[in-house]
Structures are given as C-alpha cells and as structure tokens.
Design a protein around this ligand. Structure first.
Ligand code: PAF
Length: 285
C-alpha cells in the first residue's frame, strides 16, 4: 500500500499497535537494490508489519551534492516492496515532511544535531551538516511511524553509529538493528549511487573493497600499527581514484586508536568517475 500522507500512515500504524503487532521501519531514499531488500527481509523476520519509507531527504544534501539527480524510481520501488510483502511504502513529498520551504536551514527548522565528536570525521568532515539532516529526518520518521524496530545497513557505518547515539541520548523507544553490507560477486558494496557508474567505473570501484581486504589481510598477518595499515592503500590506488579518506577506528565509538584490534573498523571514501563511494570492513570478523 502506497501512502503519501503522515496522517494516513499514523492511522494505519495505530490500528496495528492496538492489535499488539510489532512494527518495523526500513528508512530509505528509494532506488531500492538487494541491500535494501536484505533490510526488508530482516525486518520481516523480526516484525509483524513493515513500513518502508522512500524519501530523498533534501536537508541531508549539501548545495553542491547530487540531490537533484539522485535516482527516483518510486514505481519500481513500490512494486518491489509489494513483491517482498511490505505493508506500507511511505513516500511523502518534501512539502509533506517540511512544509513550504524544501531546503530548510537549521535557522528555520528544529534540527537534531549529533555531537561534533561523531561527525567531525569520515563522511561528516566533507559533508558538513549531512548528519544533522539525517538525524532530523530519521527522528521525524520515528515520530511519524513509531516503529518498534528500525533497520539500517552497515555500509553507512557512521550513520548507524550516529543514529544509535541519538536513540540512546534522546530515549527514543525504538531498537536499531544494523544489517551486514550486501556486495556484488565482484566485491563492490551495493549502493544506489553505483547507478551513476559506467561498466569500467564499476571495475575501478572495486578498489574500495580491495583496499579494505588488503588492510584486513595485513592485520591478520600481525600488522596492527594504524599508520602502517593505512599506508598500504597507496600501492593499490591509481589516477582513476580520488581518495577522500581511509580510517581505522573503533567500530562502536569511532574513536581513533594507534593499534588496530578486533574491535576496529576500516572505512574508506573514494571518488570514481566523480561518484563518491563508501565502504567499510570489520577487522575482527
Ligand atoms: O541511508 C539512507 O538512505 C538515508 O540516509 C536515510 C537513513 C533514509 C535518511 O534519509
């Protein structure tokens, strides 16, 4: 069932809650792929009723980012959700979510801003304000849908950590479930932005998973010095790749460590054909 209005989704969810049913929310920006389907499958295992939100959230894109060209495939997304047994596809317009101003600033909208420590690194460093936009929309979706569980992919590792922090700090009654990264057979992590890549670009994009796997195999061989592990990337990169960051941090807190350990996560952001791609890998698994 496709719903565009906040009031309608609330009415339906209230009805389920009265029946004692557990509700799961899978927040997405659409252009659904196997990665999203894995979240939906996990939600179906855990919950009685599933809401998938499809909303390209204007306030999490910077002025020079890809908001306008971000893939919008609502018809195909809705069909896919129907075939997966999703109960509601909630696809509000920006006006329904934010009123008249579409690209609202935090001067004109009450924002949820995660702590600087969590966002002054990795994606938050180049995408200033991005996580304010993410937390604000996720908080709104939590308030609208009032799910018991919400499902997010590990590919956006920083996003999940920031959302878990928000849930804990603001006592939001929802359990956040993180689901593993889904990869193509080649190793490329699935992402809606892969759609921007040419076939050659997809091959070049394998550099992200190659770098992460290389770091992990060096770690498995006993190299734990973070600087030494990070140095290994330069033998793999070519002029086709614009590295934005490679970091090895604590997987739960994003704290820096001198020595990698089984609680470390390696994270990378790199542009290929101008497309910004991210990936990550736990070293201890
Ligand atoms: O990961 C995404 O697709 C988005 O950041 C989210 C969580 C749906 C918020 O807009």
């Amino acid at each position: 069932m496709l719903i565009n209005k906040i009031e309608d989704v609330r009415t339906q969810v209230n009805d389920w809650k009265k029946q004692g049913l557990k509700v799961g929310l899978v927040p997405t920006m659409g252009a659904l792929h196997e990665g999203h389907l894995s979240l939906i499958k996990k939600a179906k295992e855990t919950c009685d009723k599933i809401v998938v939100s499809v909303f390209v959230n204007p306030i999490q894109f910077g002025p020079s980012e890809d908001f306008d060209k971000y893939p919008r495939t609502l018809e195909a997304d809705t069909k896919l959700c129907d075939s997966e047994g999703v109960d509601i596809v909630f696809a509000p317009t920006p006006k329904e979510m934010y009123g008249e101003g579409v690209r609202l600033s935090n001067d004109t909208l009450t924002y949820v801003c995660p702590p600087f420590f969590y966002v002054n690194k990795l994606c938050g460093k180049s995408r200033v304000g991005h996580f304010d936009g993410v937390c604000t929309v996720v908080m709104k979706l939590f308030n609208i849908v009032q799910p018991d569980y919400a499902f997010f992919g590990q590919k956006d590792a920083q996003q999940v950590i920031v959302i878990k922090k928000m849930v804990k700090d603001l006592n939001i009654p929802v359990e956040v479930i993180q689901c593993p990264i889904v990869r193509e057979e080649s190793g490329l992590a699935l992402s809606s932005r892969n759609k921007y890549l040419t076939e050659q670009g997809k091959i070049e994009a394998l550099v992200l998973s190659k770098i992460l796997n290389n770091i992990k195999s060096c770690y498995n061989k006993g190299i734990t010095d973070v600087s030494a592990l990070k140095e290994t990337v330069y033998s793999i990169l070519s002029d086709k790749h614009e590295l934005e960051y490679i970091e090895i941090l604590n997987r739960d807190t994003l704290e820096e460590e001198k020595k990698a350990n089984n609680d470390s996560i390696a994270l990378i952001a790199c542009r290929v054909e101008g497309v910004r791609l991210i990936d990550n890998l736990y070293l201890g698994e």
